[in-house]
Design a protein around this ligand. Structure first.
Ligand code: NAD
Length: 359
């Protein structure tokens, strides 16, 4: 078993509690992890005057791997989102969002086993935007109208959708490599190339070229709206789904909802030089400091991290232990109980102990 140095960002709100829980579970697997704790979010604003201090980024760059709790984005600091800034700064181009049914979690679907691979850096979230009525917007609209028979109204706000051949090829290749490494059978390319002929057209064309390089993995494509309907009607026909940023943002939450929502959904942000794993939920301020938050999503993010590090057996043991505790149902946090009664529920630390007992 290997030994690793991992940057840990405990985060804000319930972050420190679910981070402690995750550290305890991962340490109990026998994998040796040296935790390099670093600040980000509201806490970091207070201690370092910056929601994303350079020392934290340097630590992730040096270690190549990070585990992150939820961050509160302070309102009025000019920061749109610390999470987006972190992904951009470290080039974390792939957002990996598995959605797998855990027996015992209340969910509208059964036997779901899907993985959404979302492009994380470009598409509609390129950050290139022009506010309505500004001189910059007027310049852009002027240039568009001089070069296009379809005219843009001068009052418009503009967001630029950026799809690059390199961006498409690396995310689609990631999806196929992931499918191969994880013994998945099929990759579905999701797009809207029938309407957005150039941006999504490029996405589809390059994705299909790359698919041809992986004859061992079945592949097909679906238009985004039809994809959403089919996920509701016949999710069993799908396996790994790869798509551009905005579509992936929406579909990955749809899939999280299919398997029971925020409390149990992990994720990974993968880059060429570093990767950061995190629960998808926020800092849930109303539960902070009460030892009642559900640690599952962060613990499962830790399990994804173990798999990413090549510690497949340890990752699987953590996932099985979590599933076992939730299936038993008597040592789980309030949100996993049908009555949602905090007085009968396990605390964060009790549920964590139950998971460790089952490893
Ligand atoms: P949230 O995910 O914090 O909370 C939504 C609901 O789910 C709340 O009712 C909350 O109590 C509950 N919840 C979430 N996680 C839970 C857990 N582990 N156990 C039990 N209950 C849980 O979303 P929000 O309220 O919209 O956002 C709060 C803050 O978190 C905001 O500052 C937001 O910017 C931030 N946020 C951060 C991330 C991130 O760091 N990745 C993601 C989303 C929101």
């Amino acid at each position: 078993m290997g030994s690793y140095r991992v940057t840990l960002i405990p985060g804000d709100g319930i972050g420190p509690e679910v981070s402690e829980a995750t550290k305890a579970v991962l340490d109990a697997t026998g994998v040796t992890i040296e935790w390099d704790e670093q600040p980000a979010g509201m806490n970091a604003m207070e201690t370092h005057g910056d929601v994303l201090p350079e020392v934290t980024l340097d630590s992730i760059r040096a270690n190549g791997i990070g585990l992150k709790g939820p961050l509160t984005t302070p309102i009025g600091t000019g920061f749109r989102s610390v999470n987006v800034a972190l992904r951009q700064a470290l080039g974390l181009y792939a957002n990996l969002r598995p959605g797998k049914t855990i027996k015992g979690v209340q969910a509208p679907f059964e036997d779901i086993d899907l993985v959404v691979v979302r492009e994380n850096l470009e598409g509609m979230y390129s950050g290139v935007e022009f506010d309505a009525g500004t001189s910059e917007a007027a310049t852009v609209i002027g240039a568009i109208n001089a070069n296009n028979s379809k005219k843009v109204d001068p009052s418009a706000a503009i967001s630029i959708k950026v799809i690059t051949p390199e961006g498409v090829s690396r995310i689609v290749r990631f999806a196929f490599e992931y499918a191969r490494a994880n013994k998945r059978k099929k990759v579905t390319i999701v797009h809207k190339a029938n309407i957005m002929k150039f941006t999504d057209g490029l996405f589809l064309r390059i994705a299909q070229e790359i698919a041809a390089e992986y004859p061992d993995i079945e592949s097909n494509d679906r238009i985004i709206d039809n994809m959403c309907m089919q996920l509701m009607q016949k999710p069993e026909e799908y396996d790994v789904l790869v798509m551009a940023n905005l579509y992936g943002d929406i579909v990955s939450d749809l899939v999280a909802g299919m398997v029971g929502g925020l409390g149990v959904a992990p994720s990974g942000n993968i880059g060429l030089k570093a990767s950061v794993f995190e629960p998808i939920h926020g800092s849930a301020p109303s539960h902070a400091g009460k030892n009642e938050a559900n640690p599952t999503a962060m613990i499962l993010s830790g399990a994804m991290m173990l798999r990413h590090l090549g510690e497949i057996d340890a990752g699987e043991r953590v996932e099985n232990a979590v599933a076992g505790v939730i299936a038993d149902g008597d040592r789980v946090t309030y949100d996993l109980r049908e009555d949602r009664d905090p007085s009968k529920a396990a605390t964060t630390t009790e549920m964590t102990k139950a998971i460790i007992d089952r490893l």
